[in-house]
Design a protein around this ligand. Structure first.
Ligand SMILES: Nc1nc2c(c(=O)[nH]1)N[C@H]1C(S)=C(S)[C@@H](COP(=O)(O)OP(=O)(O)OC[C@H]3O[C@@H](n4cnc5c(=O)[nH]c(N)nc54)[C@H](O)[C@@H]3O)O[C@H]1N2
Ligand SMILES: Nc1nc2c(c(=O)[nH]1)N[C@H]1C(S)=C(S)[C@@H](COP(=O)(O)OP(=O)(O)OC[C@H]3O[C@@H](n4cnc5c(=O)[nH]c(N)nc54)[C@H](O)[C@@H]3O)O[C@H]1N2
Ligand code: SF4
Ligand SMILES: [Mo]
Length: 706
């Protein structure tokens, strides 16, 4: 047995931890995984998921060769195919669909791991271009689309998103995020627990606003329960306090203060308190603390993005950081300067909105895509322009998008479906062909996406640890092959330039983009495999603003036009008797997949509905009993657990469960497949400005079963 030590990377979540792996090179097996203490960003951090990269690598259920489905549903069987045959079949069917029904008859859904896989990032475009469809969807509209809308409207570019300068802040206010479980999002922050310890050691404070006393709330200096869905009122009230008390000190390049004061005036702390459940005095104090701390930053994530007022919330968060004077200042909200800067190099456009509308409900295009919530209706509603073929790329929308059960039915109504995925699961089982990519330890990695959201500027190149088998293929090669074969069939072959770019390896493209950035070269990265430290975040405004006049408007019309809807919500005063449902994440879950590794699934089941003991008692429900949870669109039966950490009136189910489907080969160590919360979430509930699904704050009823 030859044991070698090599450096690797975990790209399962946004923390992008550097790893040290020991490998039995004869057996092609990982014998140990730990955090790399020399990594300038992750500093030795690792979580249980990082260790389980070894399980994914060894998993016999991970797909390595293309599969073709024979039969449907419970009767389906799967046959392996040769790559050429599989690629030709997919290209034939997609090209035929386009020729017969037009480009929009093909829909594409890109899932979360597309943002984490270098090859899908570097080579995704030619494939999508070859298809030419407007029916693009992604996990972004069940996640972070409000951030992009706000970035585009306020900073002039959809990817200019400031992150908390966590390592230097004195006051960190977390609204609707649980980085102790998630390891941070739109805030690449490996070792969140260690960084919070340091924050507190230097006398700083963390305040959490969340309808659940989360793992993050438990280590905070203060936690306030907020009624789900009402944060926009809370945030507006904090803005109102800063402006009415003369505490605002925005930078000289900021416009719109007077208009903002007018708009914020009705949202007094008393008005907000009545709906959000946080005392008016607490709201005032928090606003004052933000303004008077030597540095402070407000940060909000899934709990205020997947929200009926997602864009208003993310806008108000930016506005608060501007008003306190801590946007673009050390310890505030700052813009990372990645070695590959998609914004500076024009590699990504500034963002678009409303160029076209979806066929059935007329939802606006945002950033080149439609809301994921319209997928099922676009497949099922007859007529010109119906989606007849789908491609999913590293996504599991049956479990991750609203009314996933209905989407599953819709997928069966397609003429053809292909999935680029490493597992047979709830979504890919509907595909006619599954094209599996090499997986995490078998491919090179540079994090083009998440260095751009990191709390420290670093860069790192990580070569593949294992050679793939002869019959495996990289994601970028698959994308390129599909692009080429479809383009040929449609009689418009790729141009020589496009062909050259698409045929270049991700490594070549990274080297090229690094050279364009001029901060660090591929050679520098090869010489320092643990990662190159480019230092703490630096002020970059107004130079880096992408607005035409290099000024920042606090009151973009496209966003403030939504304030009357917020006022209407306040007037309707939610918060009656009914229960509302929120989600949750656990450190050992990874959205909807990885529930087949023993390491991550053993121990207490994590899929239960959590409910405050008083709410259980009021309904005469026993702790641990089976309950039926019903929403406007669906119902699930699941065990309920009493949990005093829940805000009364609020219940919680995690997403990504509900694997009990015929034909899906999953080994559940816990033996419990759980239920899918997205059989309850409602595709009609969206944040209208971004098209993002409003997953949180869903009205539900809970009754006992049996
Ligand atoms: N109710 C509710 N729903 C939610 C959320 C919530 O908080 N509550 N969160 C939302 C969020 S933030 C997100 S990002 C979405 C995620 O939604 P999705 O991206 O649709 O779902 P994932 O569970 O991430 O599915 C990832 C898929 O990619 C495959 N995969 C994994 N690694 C690779 C790879 O390297 N290459 C390829 N080709 N495939 C790979 C897996 O097998 C799996 O099929 O879910 C959203 N849904
Ligand atoms: N272990 C693990 N890590 C992950 C993931 C995973 O599935 N598992 N997924 C990754 C992905 S794709 C993402 S996008 C990130 C997400 O990262 P986070 O946003 O940090 O993750 P969540 O745990 O969903 O945190 C959302 C919080 O919002 C709260 N909340 C719900 N509704 C409301 C509301 O109306 N108002 C307020 N103020 N709070 C509310 C919830 O109680 C919850 O604590 O995590 C990433 N990291
Ligand atoms: S926090 Fe865990 S899952 Fe996220 S990158 Fe680090 S090891 Fe991987
Ligand atoms: Mo996400």
């Amino acid at each position: 047995m030859t044991i070698e030590t090599r450096l690797g990377v975990c790209n399962l979540c946004e923390a992008i931890c550097g790893l040290v792996l020991t490998i039995d090179t004869d057996a092609g097996r990982v014998t140990g995984v730990r955090g790399n203490p020399d990594d300038p960003l992750s500093r030795g951090h690792i979580c249980p998921k990082g260790v389980s990269l070894a399980d994914i690598h060894a998993d016999p259920d991970r797909l390595r060769r293309p599969l073709r489905r024979v039969g449907r549903g419970a009767e389906a069987t799967w046959e392996e195919m040769a790559w050429d045959d599989a690629l030709d079949l997919v290209a034939d069917r997609l090209a035929a669909t386009i020729s017969e029904h037009g480009a929009d008859a093909v829909g594409v859904y890109q899932g979360n791991p597309s943002a984490h896989a270098l090859g899908l990032f570097t080579h995704g475009r030619p494939f999508k271009k070859a298809l030419g469809t407007r029916n693009m969807f992604s996990a972004s509209t069940v996640d972070q689309m409000p951030h992009h809308v706000v970035a585009r409207e306020v900073f002039g570019h959809q990817f200019l998103i400031p992150v908390p300068d966590l390592d230097r802040t004195d006051l960190f206010v977390v609204i609707g995020a649980n980085p102790m479980a998630s390891n941070g999002s739109l805030m690449t922050v490996p070792d969140f627990p260690g960084r919070v310890r340091e924050l507190r050691a230097r006398g700083g404070r963390m305040v959490v606003i969340d309808p659940r006393r989360t793992e993050t709330a438990r280590i905070a200096d203060a936690h306030h329960f907020v009624r789900p869905g009402t944060d926009a009122a809370l945030l507006m009230a904090m803005i109102q306090v800063l402006l009415s008390e003369g505490l605002a000190r925005p930078a000289s390049y900021v416009d719109g203060l007077d208009r903002l004061a007018e708009l914020a005036a009705p949202f007094t702390p008393e008005v907000a308190a009545a709906v959000c459940g946080i005392d008016a005095e607490v709201i005032r104090e928090l606003a004052r603390d933000l303004a008077t701390a030597s540095s402070s930053v407000v940060y909000g994530r899934i709990g205020v993005s997947t929200h009926e007022f997602g864009t208003l919330c993310q806008w108000a968060i930016v506005v608060l950081n501007v008003l306190t004077g801590h946007l673009d200042a050390p310890g505030g909200a700052m813009f990372p300067e990645p070695a590959i800067d998609l914004v500076a190099h024009g590699l990504a456009g500034p963002g678009t909105h409303g160029r076209w509308r979806s066929r059935v409900r007329g939802a606006e295009e945002v950033g080149g895509e439609f809301p994921a919530v319209v997928m099922a209706e676009e497949i099922l509603t007859p007529g010109e322009g119906r989606i007849r073929a789908m491609v999913t790329i590293a996504g599991n929308p049956v479990l991750s998008t609203p009314s996933g059960d209905k989407l599953a039915e819709a997928l069966d109504a397609l003429d053809f479906m292909a999935a680029i995925d490493i597992y047979l699961n709830e979504t890919t089982r509907h595909a006619d062909v599954i094209l599996p990519t090499t997986s995490h330890l078998e491919r090179d990695h540079y994090d083009v996406v998440f260095h751009a959201f990191a709390v420290r500027n670093t860069a790192r190149w990580t070569p593949a640890l294992f050679e793939p088998d002869d019959d495996q293929r990289h994601d970028w090669w698959i994308s390129y092959q599909l692009a080429k074969r479809i383009a040929e069939r449609l009689g418009r072959p790729l141009s020589p330039e496009a062909e050259a770019a698409a045929a270049a390896s991700p490594r070549d493209l990274v080297a090229f983009m690094l050279a364009a950035g001029g901060k660090v070269s591929m050679d520098d990265l090869l010489a320092e495999p643990a990662g190159v430290d480019l230092g703490p975040l630096q002020p970059t405004l107004p130079a880096r603003l992408a607005t035409p006049d290099k000024r920042l408007s606090l009151v973009p019309e496209a966003i403030v036009a939504d304030l009357p809807r917020l006022e209407a919500m306040l007037a309707a005063a939610p918060g009656g008797e009914g229960l509302v449902l929120i989600g949750r994440r656990h450190q050992r879950d990874c959205n909807s997949w990885m529930h087949n590794t023993d390491r991550l699934t053993r121990g207490r089941p994590r899929h239960h509905l959590l409910m405050h003991p008083d709410d259980l008692a009021a309904r005469g429900l026993p702790d641990g009993g089976l309950v039926r949870v019903t929403s406007r669109v669906g119902a699930v039966e699941v065990e309920v657990s009493a949990d005093a950490d829940m805000m009364p009136g609020v219940v919680s189910l995690p997403h990504g469960f509900g694997h009990a489907l015929p034909g899906v080969r999953l080994r559940h160590a816990s033996g419990v497949p759980g239920v899918s919360v997205n059989d309850l979430t409602d595709p009609e509930r969206v944040d209208p400005l971004s098209g993002n699904a409003a997953l949180t704050g869903l009205p539900v009823e809970v009754v006992g079963v049996g």
